[in-house]
Design a binder for this molecule. Structure first.
Ligand code: GDP
Length: 478
């Protein structure tokens, strides 16, 4: 929608009249995109391989392809609560940033960068400094892709826990490579090998066991092995082919934003393509702005920010939402017009959404399967105990998948939580609960996001429904 300079609602409307029912966070096939673009008199050029290799394709345009330069990786740290995400972020920052910096003053703007020397060359790594899943799910649900690499922290004395499994599912769903940091190896009770063993059950097999996942034992507390972790991040970044074109107006994503009493709206912008400059005119989400000042993660005022770097920006007229995309425009008048248009479109689509509240339900998926439109059925499975999870997975595997592929994004024992809803929203998945309950807040979140939760206590009924939906035979719910 933003490339075509039309509101999301309009695009959805055009699709609707072509008989395609699409949701705002759905990925469209190239042919479908061409259909819409043709309608608007715009020619579609399919991006070449190099643009694909550059990962954030939506941030790159064909005119960038001749000016691509390597950019630093943007890393998110994920993992179970108390396994040491915050400690690891702080440890890396203290080890790498404080020393030699003027005054060592750092400030939390939602992201920071470190300099790492490797083979005599200077490299940089940018960490998103918002532990938890925000950077992943909330933003991905909005269509923003901000992370290049996920570092999964697992405490060596506690092993794989529910949020570890969630983090793995989220990273896999976003197709982001995972590096495992086995933390707290300083503890006497640490059992790094047990952690590795447990992780193999989730498809993460360490390199030394013939797998492909890099696993680094670390101690955030004692700052052990952090350099190795950073080296491994650079190694993965190398393979990921991360490029951007610094010689163009900036584009990127809002990482954090708030209203500051003294300074007005303050937003941390992650530049994903181009270079952002003081004085630039931009639109972030539906907010107009003129960059009055930029402050980097070391508290310094800066004049420019290049790809993969995040800066705090002053000068927006309003507070955008985290996950909103931003873009620099050459002239103020059209930027204001676009911001206003978007604000109006947002209001409209909010109204339209409230009115039609289309949900990805097992029944609607079944309808799509009947029409031959469904290729993948995304499921999240929560059950009372591990035994049930395994039994159900084994049975699901028996269902023929030649027409529709079954994709299990997450299968774990436990309650259905808000994080499950987030994942379902981001991935258009249906949640299946077996002999389990909803955690507080989950129902409300599901209703807000139109997520279908199906609850069962008889396995064959569950299997019947899934198979029925895949074959397009599921009867509407009463
Ligand atoms: P988060 O919830 O994942 O952000 O975890 P925190 O960073 O808050 O850490 C949880 C607890 O584990 C804190 O008490 C930390 O001091 C402790 N911790 C973190 N890393 C290490 C480590 O490497 N070794 C030891 N012994 N304790 C650690």
């Amino acid at each position: 929608a933003s490339l075509l300079r039309h509101s999301e609602a309009e695009i959805i409307k055009i699709l609707f009249f072509k008989g395609i029912a699409a949701t705002i966070n759905q990925t469209l096939e190239v042919e479908t995109i061409e259909l819409v673009a043709n309608e608007l008199g715009i020619t579609v050029e399919t991006a070449s391989h190099s643009a694909e290799a550059a990962k954030v394709t939506e941030m790159l345009e064909s005119s960038d392809l001749d000016h691509l330069q390597r950019r630093p990786p943007v890393v998110t740290i994920m993992g179970h609560v108390d396994h040491g995400k915050t400690s690891l972020l702080d440890a890396i920052r203290n080890a790498k940033v404080a020393q030699g910096e003027a005054g060592g003053i750092t400030q939390h703007i939602g992201a920071y960068h470190v300099d790492v020397e490797q083979n005599g060359e200077k490299h940089q790594i940018v960490f998103l400094d918002t532990p938890g899943h925000e950077a992943f799910t909330a933003m991905r649900a909005r269509g923003a892709r901000v992370t290049d690499i996920a570092v999964l922290v697992v405490a060596a004395d506690d092993g794989v826990q529910p949020q570890t499994i969630e983090a793995i599912s989220h990273a896999k769903a976003a197709k982001v490579p995972i590096i495992v940091a086995i933390n707290k190896i300083d503890k006497e009770s640490a059992q790094p090998d047990r952690v590795k063993q447990e992780l193999t059950e989730f498809g993460l097999v360490p390199e030394e066991w013939g797998g492909e996942t890099i696993m680094v034992p670390v101690s955030a507390l004692q700052q052990q092995n952090l350099d190795t972790l950073l080296e491994m991040i650079l190694l993965v970044a190398e393979v990921e082919d991360l490029y951007a074109n610094p010689d163009r107006p900036a584009k990127g994503t809002v990482i954090e934003a708030h209203l500051d009493r003294a300074r007005g709206p303050v937003a941390t912008l992650l530049v994903q393509n181009g270079t952002l400059r003081v004085g630039d005119i931009l639109v972030a989400g539906a907010c107009f702005g003129k960059v009055r000042a930029m402050i980097d993660d070391r508290g310094q005022r800066v004049e420019t920010a290049s790809p993969s770097f995040a800066v705090e920006v002053l000068g927006l007229a309003e507070v955008p939402a985290a996950g909103d995309e931003f873009e620099v425009f050459s002239d103020e008048k059209s930027a204001r017009a676009i911001a206003e248009e978007r604000a109006a479109a947002q209001r409209q689509s909010r109204l339209a959404q409230a009115a039609t509240a289309r949900r990805v339900s097992l029944t609607s998926l079944s309808d799509q399967a009947r029409e031959g439109e469904l290729k993948e059925l995304n499921l999240i499975l929560k059950a009372d105990v591990q035994g049930s999870v395994e039994a159900i997975l084994a049975a699901l595997n028996q269902i023929p998948q030649d027409q529709v592929q079954l994709r299990i994004l997450l299968a774990a024992p436990g309650e259905i939580t808000e994080t499950d809803i987030d994942l379902a929203t981001a991935s258009n998945a249906v949640i299946i609960g077996f002999n389990t309950t909803l955690a507080s807040g989950a129902r409300q979140a599901a209703d807000q996001n139109n997520v279908d939760i199906r609850e069962y206590n008889i396995i064959y009924k569950l299997l019947d429904d899934i198979q029925g939906a895949m074959e397009g035979l599921l009867e509407p719910e009463l």
